[in-house]
Design a binder for this molecule. Sequence first.
Ligand code: NAD
Length: 267
Amino acid sequence: MAASASGGLEGRVALVTGSTDGIGLAVARSLAAQGSAVMLNGFGEPEAIRALCDELATAHGVEVAHAPADLRREEDAAALVPHVLERFGRLDVVVNNAGTQHKGPVEEHPPQRWREVFALNLDAAFHTIRTALPGMRARGWGRIVNVASVYGLAGGVDRSSYVASKHALVGLTKAVALETASTPITCNAVCPGDVSTRIFYRNAKLLAESEGISRAEAQQRIAATNMPSGRVVAPEHVAALVAFLCSEAAGEIRGAALPVDGAWLAR
Ligand code: NAD
């Protein structure tokens, strides 16, 4: 497979973790639309995942496969990139997107859940990066994008493990960007505000239940509380930024943590 000289991603291979749903799926779609083959990852019904692979492959004329790794498990996380290399023969783009959160005060945070949040939000990215970099260095090109959060750049109440793990992910991004700074490999983070995916709808449901309001009102209230724009961010907005970071034009954006947050962090 020849790599592209056009600035698109034709001939490239991308791994997007947590991409059977939400932001990851939007990212997978946008990278496939740029011509990249894609390894999906994440949970779901086998039939639905097969249909998703077929749909993406047909829509964009690229190869699409799925790796069922549970990235909370160290052995799965460590084996994911070798699996992609075995399937596609190369790996050019890694998007560390799979993530989870636990809501509640720090003194009530179950330690086991703390380890799970860190395993998925931080350790999995460490494993994909450390196993993908040697091949990227050998081929002389690579793009690593870590999906952090506004909570990677600012604090928040009742989400200590999420805030801590996303800050650490931003730190890992900077460290890897420095280690690759003199190469054609870049590493950056994107930091979304409230995005209209499962986590957002779950938070809105919790707010609706605790306040006795409708889910629609809760969604509007969350968006307006956190984001001066008053609107929730679409997964496609995040995906477009990730695709740009994977382009040739973004080759000197290194170690950045870029908000997509309706001006949340501008206050
Ligand atoms: P989502 O819940 O909609 O989708 C998560 C995806 O990850 C799914 O494909 C799921 O199957 C997969 N997944 C879950 N656990 C996994 C595991 N253990 N191993 C492998 N895959 C797993 O999530 P989302 O809302 O799209 O969030 C994606 C990322 O964006 C997360 O890192 C999240 O922290 C971050 N983020 C989300 C929002 C938001 O408002 N939704 C805001 C800021 C940052």
